[in-house]
Every structure is written in C-alpha cells, then in structure tokens.
Ligand binder design. Structure first.
Ligand SMILES: [Zn+2]
Length: 418
C-alpha cells in the first residue's frame, strides 16, 4: 500500500539528521562513547523527553534514560531503546533512529498515561569503537559489565573508569544503572542494515532471533615449490586446495536456507607469482539463527576442507576464534508486534538479524523484541545510510498499535484470560 509520510515521520528523520551533526570529526558523523558531542546529544534529547513529560537522567555508564510514568505509581515498565554512539564516518540512523522513535512514541501519547510506564533509553555504547568492546551501555543495564572492562584503555591511554569520570559520571554508581525488576518488556527499533526488506518491497521486518556465529581460522599447509619445474601431478598446492574449498563453502551455504558463510580473508605464502603456495591461511564466518544448523554447517564445511586438502596431499588445521550462540527473541512479544504491524495496515516480513544489537544483551534478562526498518540500498555504517519517510511512518503506526496490543494483553493476563 502507498502511505503518505506524515509530519511526525519527517520530524523523526530531521531529528536524526540534526543529531548526526554532533560529531568528533567535522564534516562526518563520528561519535564514540562518552565523547564531547555526546553531551550535546544528551542535552537535545533530554529537552525533547522533558517536554513529552518524561523524567530524565544519565546513568553511570552514560545511558540517557527518560521515564514516562504509568497511570498508577506501581505500574510496570516497558523499555524502548537503541544506541547513541556511532562507528567512524557513520550514517545518521544506525542506533539513533531507535532512540528518536522511542521519544516520538511518547510524544504521540500527548501526556496520556498507560497502565505501564515507558522508559526510553539511549545506550551510550554499542559499536565497540572506543574500548574495542561492544555493548557497554546494555551490559551495564543488565549488570554484566565486568570489573576487568573498567581497566580497558582507549587509544589515548585513558581507561574506561577514567572516561566515565571525565564525562562527569561516577563509576561507583554503576550498580544503580541496573534495570529495575519492574521491567516487563524491551523493544528496539533499528534499521535493517541489509538488503532483505528492500528486495521484498517491505517496510518492516519483525525480528525473531539474532543469529549465532562461528568464526574460525583454517590453515592449509602444502609445499612451496618452483612454479616452472614442478609438474601438476607432483604438487601439494595449498592455494588450489583452499580455492576448491572456498567454492564448496559458497555452494553449501547457498543450498541451505538462511545460512550465510563467508571467507573474507585469505593469505598465501610465500606470496610470489612464480612460487606454488606452501601455506594458505583463510578466515571462516558462519551464521544462522538455529545453532544446530550452524554447527552442522561448520562440520560439513570442515569436511569439505579436508577433502580438498587430501586430494593434494595438503595438511589442514583449524582453530575456533568465536562461538556465539543465537539469541531468540520473545515469541509472544514478537507475535504481538506482528499483529500490531498488520493491524496498523503494514504487511511485514519475519526475519532474523545477521548483526548484533543491544536486544541481544537484553533478551536473556527481559522478554525482548525488535522491529527493523528497510535500509535503502541495504546500506549502513556509511554516510549515505538512509531511511524512507513512509517506513518511519509505518514503524510509528506499528509502535502505537503495539502499545495497544500490549495494554490489552496485560489486561487479559491480569483477568486470567490469556
Ligand atoms: Zn546499531
């Protein structure tokens, strides 16, 4: 269906573009965790939140938190969040859009209180740029920020504890940043950062899970030798073994629905045009929302590597570098979100997220769900990253309907009908 973008969607986009101008590097959008421009972003969003009727504070890890109270003092709370930090030379929407949408949702309520409170949270750190560790904001929220992390240093030699103090916050208050027990749900709005919704001509994606991933390094060890004097049948060519394997990986992943497998890095040595490659080191990245499917894939892919190596008398070794299980989102909340999108008149597509998000950290602690907005050109982490006004409108309309679904759902729960 064609939807005319309304003023509220254009206002959300304008706000994101305005926030993108608060940067460490003039002329681009680079805003790392707890840097000077983050103060300005906090000030700007704080004033929007306060005008909308929220009580605002910045917790000890630098998360901006605005609370719009529920109708009763004891109301449980719904959390709406995403992140305010960016990668270097970023676009204007990754993370920020989710926070600005959260504020816009409360603005849409026009002071009308629901049977639950809404806390909008702008996570201080998700990208992992400054301290080479992602999700610092959401980890603090779930009480999983380890003491060791506070001693990590940035490129200027400042450690995390010092960075918190330099921002005007008190690391001793970190325990107070932990999510209150009255939180019953978390929802995150985020751009898809991929081409799936665009290729399906869909505005919105209902995220069912964040995929798990395995990262490995494989070494093919053959024999380096003269490219001119060694006949083909007497070679132990590590490059040919790796090449056959790489094509097999692509074939395997292509024939398994939703599986992605990537060899993004290959290094051959000795690395001369007239020498048969003796050693090839290759990366492997395998992702799927079902851990069994991923594990089966990794075994099959390793078997293919061995077969390609054996045929050439090449030895093979492999090492796991990362093993991250999939994070399923809450099926009930996710189906409410699906219903909300349909009710609001926007057909949506169920999908998984190939990237990590704050929802991944929240989901094991509190029932969580995510809504993706189409990424034009599938582009993200790039200055040209954008979002369509009609998709922002679709997300806002879905969000308002989601609040209604949630209200009715909780009422049914209380009445014992659910
Ligand atoms: Zn993001």
């Amino acid at each position: 269906m064609t939807v005319t973008p309304t003023d509220r969607a254009l206002r959300v986009i304008a706000r994101c573009r305005d926030i993108a101008t608060y940067t460490e590097v003039p002329g681009e959008t680079t805003r790392r965790f707890l840097t000077r421009p983050m103060h300005t972003v906090h000030a700007l969003l704080r004033s929007c939140m306060e005008i909308a009727g929220m009580t605002v504070h910045v917790d000890a890890i630098g998360n901006l938190r605005g609370l719009f109270p529920g109708a009763a003092p004891e109301s449980p709370r719904l959390l709406i969040g995403s992140h305010l930090d960016t990668v270097p030379n970023a676009g204007a929407f990754d993370g920020i859009l989710g926070v600005v949408l959260g504020v816009a949702i409360v603005e849409e309520l026009r002071g009308q209180h629901l049977p639950f409170a809404i806390e909008v949270i702008g996570f201080s750190e998700e990208e992992g740029v400054r301290f080479s560790k992602p999700f610092l904001g959401s980890l603090a929220l779930v009480g999983k920020l380890e003491e060791e992390t506070l001693t990590r240093t940035d490129e200027s030699g400042l450690n995390l504890r010092q960075a918190i103090e330099a921002y005007g916050l008190d690391p001793k208050q970190l325990p107070a940043a932990v999510l209150p027990d009255d939180t019953f749900a978390y929802i995150e709005f985020h751009i898809e950062q991929g081409p799936v919704l665009e290729s399906d001509d869909a505005s919105l994606g209902i995220v069912e899970a964040l995929v798990g991933q395995t990262r490995m390094e494989l070494i093919f060890a053959g024999h380096a030798n003269h490219a001119g004097t060694t006949p083909m049948h007497l070679r132990h060519d590590a490059m040919s073994a790796a090449a056959e394997w790489i094509v097999a990986v692509e074939d395997y992943a292509s024939s398994n629905s939703d599986l992605v497998a990537t060899i993004g890095k290959v290094h051959a040595s000795p690395g001369a045009g007239n020498v048969i490659a003796g050693h090839v080191t290759a990366s492997l990245d395998v992702r799927h929302a079902n851990d069994n499917v991923r594990n089966t894939a990794v075994s099959a892919i390793l078997k293919d590597a061995k077969a390609a190596a054996d045929r050439r008398g090449v030895q093979i070794t492999s090492q796991i570098q990362l093993e991250q299980p999939a994070v399923p989102l809450d099926p009930h909340l996710t189906s409410l979100l699906d219903k909300a999108a349909a009710q609001a008149g926007f057909p949506s597509r169920r999908m998984t997220s190939g990237a990590g998000h704050d929802a991944m950290i929240l989901a094991p602690i509190v029932p969580s769900t995510m809504l993706f907005l189409r990424s034009p050109g599938g582009l993200s982490h790039h200055p040209d990253e954008t979002v369509l006004p009609q998709d922002v409108e679709a997300a806002l309309a879905t969000a308002m309907e989601f609040l209604t679904q949630l209200r009715d759902d909780r009422r049914n729960l209380k009445d014992g009908h659910a």
